[in-house]
Design a protein around this ligand. Structure first.
Ligand SMILES: NC(=O)c1ccc[n+]([C@@H]2O[C@H](COP(=O)([O-])OP(=O)(O)OC[C@H]3O[C@@H](n4cnc5c(N)ncnc54)[C@H](OP(=O)(O)O)[C@@H]3O)[C@@H](O)[C@H]2O)c1
Length: 307
């Protein structure tokens, strides 16, 4: 595990990290990295300077100023925490601006973006993925709240032509503590197994996570979990169903008062990541000729509800 770096230990030759967008996780990474002396600039749909009042977990506030990355300068290090459905278009837009040996770090919920992303990049450009349990939200345009302490798992998705320790150091400072693993897939399947139960159900029924503890949801949750475990196993990433069930119960209990990201997106009338969560599970099941009645039914109900 890599702890966050002490700012005194920071070397002067740190590259500027470009963070895409002005969303919650991107700005969380940007503010925390800036607090630890990393140069950070933003890649925005409309280039403009941005001021952020950041409320840290300690309740301390810090003020952050970010400028937009100057178009024309090749990007060597980029952190992309956009919704899963935006990854492909975002990468396509960025491609002409990336250096030949750019380090590209993706972070989002759901699965299904890595193959298409890999296909877009050249063999010298290095793709990474960070899965994080940190929580953040924007109270308004200029206020970012770090709402939940978490940790992150980092893995190289493409084999490194030459290892770049600036990636591990940045992720440790931006979203640490971080554990580096050889393969991100087992971690992503584990997270997906929880998300594909809690996200669509809470969004469909317009309920907080804790309400899923009610007896009436238990048989459906159990069947959804059983089905996703079948798919993970067929994909070569077996999950221990009983441990996952315990984890589901823990998440429901510990985040009882939270609204899942899919519920928040529904309430705000924004597109959801359903296709990269339940949709991905169903797509992989089809590949293995598995039928998943509980997921198929829930996915259809979500679609009928306009997700
Ligand atoms: N927030 C959390 O606590 C949390 C925790 C763990 C995981 N996650 C996951 O992390 C991912 C990001 O979540 P988030 O809450 O940070 O989402 P978010 O607030 O919606 O942030 C995404 C940002 O990226 C911007 N964007 C997308 N494509 C872009 C492009 N081509 N150029 C410039 N900007 C672009 C979006 O701009 P527009 O708004 O203009 O589209 C938006 O500002 C999601 O998969 C989420 O499920 C979130």
């Amino acid at each position: 595990m890599y702890p966050a770096m002490n700012s005194n230990a920071m070397q002067s030759a740190n590259p500027t990290w470009v963070v895409v967008g002005k969303g919650a996780i991107g700005l969380l990474a940007a503010c925390q990295a800036q607090l630890r002396q990393w140069p950070v600039a933003l890649w925005l749909r409309q280039p403009q300077p941005i001021q952020i009042d950041f409320r840290q977990l300690t309740q301390e506030h810090s003020q952050h100023h970010f400028s937009s990355w100057p178009v024309g300068t090749p990007i060597t290090h980029i952190f992309i925490a956009v919704k899963a459905f935006d990854v492909q278009s975002c990468l396509q837009q960025l491609l002409p601006h990336l250096s030949d040996d750019a380090q590209i770090v993706l972070s989002h919920n759901g699965m299904g973006t890595l193959e298409p992303a890999r296909a877009l990049l050249s063999s010298k450009q290095q793709l990474w993925f960070v899965s994080t349990t940190h929580g953040a939200y924007k109270a308004d345009k200029h206020q970012l709240i770090h709402s939940g302490s978490g940790q992150s798992v980092l893995a190289a998705v493409t084999a490194p032509p030459k290892p770049d320790s600036k990636v591990q150091q940045f992720v440790a400072d931006a979203l640490g503590p971080v554990t580096e693993v050889d393969n991100i897939e087992p971690c992503l399947w584990q997270k997906l197994a929880i998300n594909c139960l809690i996200n669509p159900l809470t969004a469909l029924h317009n309920i907080q996570n804790g309400e899923l503890a009610q007896a009436k949801y238990q048989p459906q949750l159990k069947q959804l979990l059983h089905e996703v475990c079948l798919v993970a196993e067929a994909e070569g990433y077996p999950l221990h169903e009983a441990s996952c069930w315990q984890l589901v119960q823990q998440v429901i209990e510990k985040t009882a008062a939270n609204r899942s990201s899919m519920l928040q997106d529904r309430r705000a009338n924004r597109p959801t990541e359903l296709d990269f969560i339940s949709g991905f599970v169903l797509k992989q099941a089809k590949k293995h000729q598995l039928t998943l009645p509980a997921h198929a039914c829930l996915y259809q109900q979500c679609q009928d509800a306009g997700f």
